[in-house]
Design a protein around this ligand. Structure first.
Ligand code: PBG
Length: 325
């Protein structure tokens, strides 16, 4: 009695390559980059080994390193030297992200797609993603929208190839689309953080970007981890408002959401593998408990397999190195 169907027949070497269903390539990777107006030299983020906060003067050479690995896109975050209640340092033409964007685009041109994070939390003194109501301490949605529009337009003027609103305000994609169109940036696409969960996996990022909030939490605007149908509604709205790419964030704990969204809408879908996903693998690898390269590859492959077309990941450089070997 032998099984006549044997799955193991195809599980060998070169044949295995032929039947591999999912691919992971350097083209799928987006590198997150932090530019810090207060830094005088490169500083490694303590909770994220290998992740750097760069002074403006180092941004171009780091972008060049990224491009040399074959990575064609980066996502830019800014750490301003001044913060106030209204996030005023987020939209000036000479603020940090705008300067960094101009510098990278001048030097690398079409070799690098610069995507900018559009949010207020790195720029507000209270660390929330919008204008705060002093009585309720909640973010006022509709007063925040025009500011997001201003931020996005300032990024586009600086040469950003795409803007990525991450604040989870209702109507943010529509407001940004309108603002970009008014300034003749109708060709600048919007990558919307459409389904962004209220996640504790963002912990290390708040170190990296100095964006800890000083009261409350983000549960009045970010999604409840228990919900999945709601993510489809969020995505649908962003598509209706003119979103070009939709994003799920975090990635690994939300693979089912990535899967459902890709199945339902067939839109270009991005996944943000967030700081906590990175730090937990790094920390376990440092202890010798996990094989770093293998878990990195397996995690990113699983995100592709779930349906993501592209992944924003702090592993981008290491993964590219491995894929290039
Ligand atoms: C800001 C923003 C956050 C991240 C990306 N953009 C943090 C937050 O919402 O608290 C998190 C990224 C990460 O954890 O890697 N709006």
């Amino acid at each position: 009695m032998y099984p006549n169907i044997r799955m193991r027949r195809l599980r060998n070497g070169k044949i295995g390559n032929l039947i591999r269903e999912t691919s992971l390539g350097v083209d799928d990777l987006i590198y997150p980059m932090f530019v810090d107006e207060t830094a005088e030299s490169i500083v490694e983020v303590p909770s994220m080994e290998g992740v750097l906060r760069l002074p403006l003067s180092e941004v171009v050479s780091e972008a060049r390193n990224v491009a040399d690995l074959g990575i064609s896109s980066l996502m830019l975050f800014g750490i301003p030297s001044q913060k106030d209640e209204k996030g005023s340092s987020a939209y000036g033409d000479n603020d940090i992200v705008q300067q960094a964007t101009r510098a990278i685009k001048e030097e690398l041109g079409d070799d690098m797609v610069v995507i900018t994070d559009v949010c207020m939390c790195e720029y507000t003194s209270h660390g929330h993603c919008g204008i705060i109501d002093n009585e309720t301490h909640d973010v006022i949605n509709d007063e925040t929208l025009p500011i997001l529009g201003k931020i996005a337009a300032s990024h586009a003027r600086a040469g950003a190839d795409m803007v990525a609103p991450s604040g989870m305000m209702d109507g943010m994609v529509g407001a940004i689309r309108q603002s970009l169109d008014q300034e003749n940036f109708s060709d600048v696409p919007i990558m919307s953080y459409a389904a962004k969960y209220c996640s504790a996996f963002y912990g290390p990022f708040r170190d990296a970007a100095d964006s800890c909030y000083c009261f409350g939490d983000r549960s009045t605007y970010q999604m409840d981890p228990a919900n999945s149908d709601e993510a489809l509604r969020e995505v649908e709205l962003d598509i209706m408002e003119g979103g070009d790419i939709v994003m799920v964030k975090p990635a690994l704990p939300y693979l089912d959401i990535i899967y459902r969204i890709k199945q339902e809408f067939g839109m270009p879908t991005a996944a943000y593998s967030v700081s906590g996903e990175y730090s937990m693998l790094k920390a376990a690898a440092q202890q010798g408990w996990l094989d770093e390269k293998k878990v990195m590859y397996e995690s990113l492959m699983s995100i592709k397999r779930a349906g993501a077309d592209m992944i924003i990941t702090y592993f981008a450089k290491e993964m590219a190195q491995l894929l290039n070997e």
